[in-house]
Design a protein around this ligand. Structure first.
Ligand SMILES: Nc1nc2c(c(=O)[nH]1)N[C@H]1C(S)=C(S)[C@@H](COP(=O)(O)OP(=O)(O)OC[C@H]3O[C@@H](n4cnc5c(=O)[nH]c(N)nc54)[C@H](O)[C@@H]3O)O[C@H]1N2
Ligand SMILES: Nc1nc2c(c(=O)[nH]1)N[C@H]1C(S)=C(S)[C@@H](COP(=O)(O)OP(=O)(O)OC[C@H]3O[C@@H](n4cnc5c(=O)[nH]c(N)nc54)[C@H](O)[C@@H]3O)O[C@H]1N2
Ligand code: SF4
Ligand SMILES: [Mo]
Length: 857
């Protein structure tokens, strides 16, 4: 990347990251955590809990005296409460906020390393405008005034033409949902693309189908005796990483048993009592075989199932009879006797037992049914909503009834987007308020000109790097006919901003305001505040400043939705209902209603006489109705009478846990598709033949010290992990004459699968990498980590490849650059090998099903 600085405006001086204590303290913290992780790998120790004094206190003495500012981490999506320790305007270190009910004072290695992202010497600190061909890497600095004017002019023209849907907005792991929706809805564009199908759509749809009121399960690990894990790597990743990990470790210390099914010896597998290495995409079959054992041996909670599920236990037993442990052994590789034994143990621990699953079970072509099957196992043993069992909470963030968004709030757009509302997947957009969308087809469909895009804004997503068919995404982003105008809002120079026309430098999470909260692991909702621990570096700005300004400049009524002068004024309004308001939030970083109780067994709550007043009941189903549902115009269900008592029930159409779902069958029929009402096992078509020795299934996984793209410019984290060799089973390697450290060529193929767009068996990509031999991976698998393989973003992100030393980055002095000892480390972009591969029911991307051919080179 090169930059012409001629047009630059006056720079805001940037404090350079030289305070020695910042690096020293941070490194020490990382080493502590590294040591704990090392112990964890050996299965010997527990994750260390790093605790610090209460927020808002002065800590330290003399030269290192620091102010403690509570805020929220965003090095991953878990949003742990943190404390920034700041002295003389510089962030010295980050620790966990003990007042946060989710992470309770703990952080992970990434959280501690936030300082190195804030002070990344290669960070983009100024608005940039492209001067060469798109993608040529030639930029000039421009002023914010020029950037605002150019962007507002383009967006105003599209809107005034009456085509707001031609302005497409691509977001990723976004947290600031209120301001994003406000800007886009005020503009009127329905083309709000997200990445949910790349992340968790299959799993969310399976949960929403079964319990209706949430798309996120929260095992009560703290109180559980037995945890059955199907492909969740909670010790290193998971959307609830630290909050889950600290509770799992407490459970383990108490003597709870942890059993993990994984294709790979992850740190979670290492921390478990038992690990079973499964063939990819077979977890659902294992769960169904366990259900079979529980049914035929009468280990179920038949009373609960017959009362609270909408299917009879007897009929379910007949359904699962086809899934024998022997069949599951043949297909998954897990011995039938272990499946039988574990099913018995799981049922014996009920109700203080729970499953946990994640991308290992759901990021497959059959991911939806896998997670339906795993979820059903819980209903069978009657642990749903019970203490120590499989629980959930209706709020995946804060309670919006208590803390509504300050008005005026714009309505949702009336225009339609063919891409955002992709119709080929029956359950992608089926659940009210839980639109999953189908992210992996966005750029293919733009290429196919299914929807015209006149301007694209990318934000909080490195699309060109994290989406499947990386090369296709990049070629579409580079095409000025398909995308005539591309604005990228980014913290660092990325594969996506490389293909923009204007780049807006974004603040890091340590320099911005936000209201945030995550699914409450303690089953009581809470709310948190992300606040700047230091002022923004350079000229970086947050969207809470950018969007109101753009809204006012685009005008045409948009400006009415941005009446407040500053973000603080807006948040002051937002937090008003909280005792102590914004001031409390700034001092503590978090608030939880002390009168609320954990959300156990909500279905049992008795309806009050007031609720029942004016209601009527269906004598056949027992469902109690009152008034009319605003959205459907049909009578609104408020509960169900069970054994003579009117109770709240589940929020599904039947008011029971839906083991059998007519709703999903109906959604399938609307599209002429068959959707199975019951949990089933659907073998993955492209995995069903005998593989030649050199054909393998490529899976993906996340590295504990990296998160997506957003951590790879951190020199601390890169120093710990900067390479992603292909993990290959030693026996497989022997057959192919491959030794540890050898170079191989990996060629990947699209599945031969008519249910998959472009599923013609053709080649996707090819790359060369090195292998690491291990017993800790399935013999048919080649596992490659996804958190590596950057091509731009500075010397740290690219292990010394991208050394562009220019003012576009706003590059600041950094003595550590000379100590970048891992120059040239092997690090490959896995997504260049990934086909677009949606589960045909929901559209969730299959990240672990790609068939590849390898050869030694
Ligand atoms: N360190 C780190 N933490 C993160 C993230 C990150 O990038 N890095 N990202 C965050 C986000 S957005 C998400 S969605 C979560 C994801 O959190 P997880 O789902 O817990 O993590 P993944 O690594 O995506 O996948 C879990 C595991 O599935 C295994 N696996 C693959 N195929 C199969 C299979 O067929 N069966 C089974 N049983 N296992 C299989 C992989 O080896 C992998 O270890 O993590 C969040 N936290
Ligand atoms: N092969 C493979 N691909 C995957 C996955 C996989 O397991 N394997 N996982 C998938 C999953 S689960 C997900 S959720 C997606 C995630 O993929 P993305 O949505 O691309 O997620 P991130 O990499 O977190 O997003 C990167 C962006 O976060 C923004 N960002 C926001 N705040 C900050 C900050 O304070 N600092 C920095 N540095 N950046 C910030 C930056 O703009 C940056 O470009 O990837 C998917 N891709
Ligand atoms: S788990 Fe995620 S949010 Fe929590 S400290 Fe680690 S990186 Fe930050
Ligand atoms: Mo994700």
């Amino acid at each position: 990347m090169t930059t012409d600085t001629a047009a630059a405006d006056t720079e805001t001086p940037d404090s350079s990251p030289t305070a020695p204590e910042a690096w020293e303290l941070g490194r020490r913290d990382l080493l502590r955590i590294g040591a704990a992780a090392g112990a964890a790998i050996a299965g010997l120790g527990a994750i260390e809990i790093v605790r610090d004094p209460k927020p808002s206190a002065q800590v330290g003495k003399g030269a290192t005296a620091a102010t403690a500012i509570p805020s929220m981490c965003q090095m991953c999506t878990t949003a742990c409460g943190i404390i920034g320790h700041v002295a003389h305007g510089r962030l010295l270190r980050i620790t966990g906020n003990p007042e946060d009910p989710n992470n309770q004072g703990s952080t992970c290695g990434k959280g501690v390393a936030g300082t190195s992202v804030l002070y990344d010497p290669f960070r983009m600190l100024y608005p940039l405008k492209r001067v060469g061909e798109r993608g040529s890497g030639k930029w000039k600095r421009i002023t914010w005034e020029q950037a605002y004017t150019e962007i507002a002019d383009r967006l105003r023209e599209i809107r005034e033409r009456g085509r707001p849907e031609e302005f497409a907005f691509q977001q990723g792991r976004n947290r600031s949902t209120d301001i994003v929706a406000r800007f886009l809805n005020a503009y009127g564009t329905p083309s709000q693309f997200n990445h949910r199908a790349l992340c968790s759509a299959n799993r969310r749809a399976a949960i929403a189908t079964t319990i209706g009121e949430s798309d996120w399960d929260l095992g009560d690990f703290e109180n559980s005796q037995y945890v059955l894990n199907f492909g969740s790597n909670w010790a290193e990743a998971h959307q609830g990483h630290i909050p889950v990990a600290i509770r799992m470790m407490r459970a383990r210390r108490r003597g709870a048993k942890l059993v993990t099914f994984e294709t790979r010896m992850s740190n979670t597998a290492a921390l478990s009592d038992e690990w079973f290495c499964v063939k990819p995409g077979t977890d659902g079959l294992i769960a169904l075989a366990m259900a079979n054992v529980i049914c035929r041996e009468g280990l179920w909670d038949k009373t609960w199932f017959d009362t609270w599920s909408n299917y009879s236990a007897g009929k379910f037993a007949e359904h699962v009879a086809q899934y024998t442990p022997e069949r599951a052994e043949r297909e998954s590789g897990v011995p039938a006797e272990d499946i039988t034994r574990i099913a018995r143990e799981f049922a014996a621990a009920a109700p203080r037992c729970t499953t946990i699953c994640n991308r290992g079970s759901q990021s497959h072509r059959n991911g939806y049914y896998n997670d339906r099957s795993i979820t059903a196992l819980n209903a069978l043993v009657g642990n749903m909503g019970k203490k120590g069992g499989w629980c959930w909470h209706p709020q995946s963030a804060w309670d919006e009834d208590f803390l509504p968004e300050p008005g005026p709030v714009p309505d949702k757009p009336i225009r339609k987007s063919i891409i955002a509302e992709a119709k080929d997947w029956p359950l992608a957009n089926a659940f009210e308020g839980k639109k999953m969308k189908v992210a992996e087809v966005i750029y293919l469909w733009i290429q196919q000109r299914r929807q015209k895009v006149s301007a694209l804004m990318t934000y909080n997503a490195d699309t060109a790097w994290s989406f499947p068919e990386g090369k296709l995404v990049r070629s579409v982003l580079a095409d000025e006919e398909l995308i005539p105008f591309h604005v990228c809002i980014d913290v660092m120079y990325s594969e996506t901003s490389h293909l923009a026309d204007i780049i807006l430098p974004w603040t890091t999470y340590l320099e911005r305001w936000d209201i945030d909260a995550r699914p409450p692991q303690g089953l009581i909702d809470y709310v948190g505040l992300r606040q700047p621990v230091v002022p923004p570096r350079g000229q970086s700005k947050d969207i809470r400043e950018i969007f109101p300004e753009l809204g006012r400049r685009i005008g045409g009524g948009m400006e009415e939705y941005f009446p407040w002068k500053t973000t603080e004024e807006y948040l002051e309004e937002y937090f008003k209902p909280i005792p102590g308001g914004f001031a409390h939030m700034k001092a503590h970083g978090v608030w939880m209603d002390p009168t609320k109780k954990p959300f156990y067994e909500p279905h049992l709550r008795r309806l009050t006489p007031e609720e029942l007043d004016g209601s009527h009941e269906d004598p056949e189903t027992g469902i109690i109705y009152k008034g009319t549902d605003e959205k459907t115009g049909k009578p609104a269900a408020i509960g169900i009478r069970i054994h003579g008592i009117a109770r709240r029930g589940f929020l599904t159409p039947s008011r029971k846990a839906e083991i059998h779902s007519s709703f999903i069958v109906g959604k399938g029929k609307e599209l002429g598709r068959n959707v199975e009402p019951l949990p089933v096992y659907e073998p993955i078509p492209s995995h069903q033949h005998d593989f030649p020795d050199d054909h393998l299934i490529m899976t993906s996984y996340k590295i504990n010290v990296h998160n997506g793209h957003r951590t790879m410019q951190s020199k601390w984290l890169q120093e710990i992990s900067h390479t992603n060799p292909a993990l290959l089973n030693s026996a497989t390697a022997k057959k192919l004459g491959i030794g540890s450290g050898d170079w191989i060529e990996v060629v990947s193929f699209r599945p031969i699968d008519p249910a998959v767009p472009g599923g013609d068996g053709s080649q996707v990509g090819t790359l060369r990498t090195r292998v690491r031999l291990t017993e800790g991976v399935h013999p048919i698998v080649i596992a490659i980590a996804h958190n590596a393989g950057r091509s731009v973003g500075g010397a740290y992100a690219t292990s010394g490849q991208d050394t562009a030393d220019n003012p576009g980055y706003g590059k600041t002095a950094d003595a550590d650059l000379d100590r970048l000892w891992w120059k040239g480390a092997i690090s490959v972009p896995q997504n260049d090998l990934m086909p677009i591969y949606p589960d045909p029911v929901v559209g969730g991307q299959a990240y672990h099903d790609t068939v590849v051919r390898i050869r030694k080179v």
